[in-house]
Design a protein around this ligand. Structure first.
Ligand code: NAD
Length: 357
């Protein structure tokens, strides 16, 4: 049917993409989803098990920097939409090994959009003229990005990242994401491609890699290990439940204005100390230390997981505060987060209790 869409999704074996795919497959029965992921240390097909038998789901293992492969996929599946999640995503790794961040996040994004441009706008497919004469829209390229491109904020609560905040990335990770955003922008401005960018705040929820803050807290607490917190624990992040991010991407992909950027955030600012304290309090109720057989100090007098909190040397260049103003997305496209932090963190803890226990 004319409604059938073949959408290329990248990086979907990772945290956000693997939450997005089952949501999107269920919601849009007319879409075929072609998933390209290199399965780096950050991606695993376990995250996509629930989709494996769906005939509208196809997985391809490969690198977004591999131009021949990306060209093959566009032709083979007649791709007419892209949602691009794939990235190196961990700030600490970017400090140790920035090169792969530039390669995947910058060169990879360039490769994808340049192949899309050639295929949709200049290739034998004549998408450009076809869509023009049908008074339709061009296929859309949606680039997933982060609020970290805006740098760091003061502690003044009225100071928020908006879509017009100047870019000021501070880590190799955020610099590589900022660069990729600029490439997307240029393909809209220069070649008239139908692009949208979303810049989202910190996500939490099921399927996040062990290395990230919230899984690290839960895993160490359950094992009775020290729970490492950077610096003084007062760095502030704006936390959004991963499914709310997925719903925001859905809304922007379908109704966002071409060439625009939308910030996605849940108005949920928390210091890292608040996060760790909340998680420990919930664990104390749901899974008290005295019932935890893996707990090394079970004969000790510890009554709360909070006793495990240990401050460690701060991350270099650690941004103090991020906070998103999502007014544009809320007012123009009608998106709103469904979970608040209390409900989202409960769902998250329940999922990790299953995983780590
Ligand atoms: P993730 O690290 O969990 O997953 C990344 C996925 O990309 C993995 O499956 C990995 O195998 C794949 N990948 C890496 N290099 C690749 C390559 N060269 N070719 C193909 N696939 C490759 O990341 P995530 O947390 O799910 O983030 C997804 C996107 O969302 C990223 O672009 C990230 O910048 C952005 N983002 C993340 C957050 C967050 O809080 N996690 C917030 C805002 C934006």
């Amino acid at each position: 049917t004319t409604k059938t869409k073949n959408i290329l999704l990248t990086g979907t074996a990772g945290f956000i993409g693997s939450n997005f795919v089952p949501y999107f497959l269920n919601k849009y029965p007319e879409y075929n989803l072609i998933n390209l992921d290199l399965l780096t240390y950050a991606g695993t097909l376990d995250n996509l098990k629930e989709c494996e038998n769906n005939p509208r789901y196809k997985f391809i293992k490969g690198d977004i920097c591999n131009r021949e492969l990306v060209e093959f996929i566009f032709t083979e599946y007649d791709i007419n939409g892209v949602i691009h999640f794939a990235a190196e995503s961990h700030v600490d790794n970017s400090i140790k090994n920035p090169g792969v961040f530039v390669q995947t996040n910058v060169t990879g994004t360039f490769t994808l959009i340049d192949v899309a441009y050639k295929y949709w706008m200049t290739g034998p497919n004549q998408y450009h003229s076809k869509f023009k004469t049908q008074n339709s829209t061009l296929p859309r390229f949606h680039h997933i990005s982060t609020d970290e491109v805006y740098g760091t904020l003061s502690l003044d609560p009225t100071d928020l990242f908006t879509e017009t905040t100047p870019y000021a990335p501070n880590s190799p990770y955020s610099a590589s994401k900022a660069s990729s955003d600029m490439i997307i922008r240029a393909y809209n401005e220069t070649y008239g491609m139908n692009t949208v960018i979303t810049n989202c705040s910190n996500n939490y929820g099921p399927k996040q890699h062990d290395e990230k803050l919230i899984p690290t807290i839960i895993r160490n607490a359950l094992k009775g290990n020290p729970i490492p917190i950077y610096g003084d624990g007062k760095n502030i992040r704006d936390w959004l439940y991963v499914l709310d991010h997925c719903k925001g991407i859905d809304v922007v992909y379908h109704t966002g204005k071409t060439g625009e950027t939308y910030n996605i955030g849940g108005r949920n600012e928390r210091t890292n100390l608040q996060i760790v304290n909340t998680i420990c309090e919930i664990l104390d109720k749901k899974y008290p230390i005295k019932n935890n057989s893996k707990f090394k100090t079970q004969n000790s007098t510890l009554s709360s997981y909070k006793s495990l909190i240990t401050f460690v040397e701060d991350r270099a260049g650690h941004d103090r505060r991020y906070a998103i103003d999502a007014t544009k997305l809320e007012n123009e496209l009608g998106w709103k987060a469904d979970e608040n932090f209390d409900s989202g963190i409960l769902l998250t803890i329940e999922w990790y209790l299953e995983k780590y226990n």
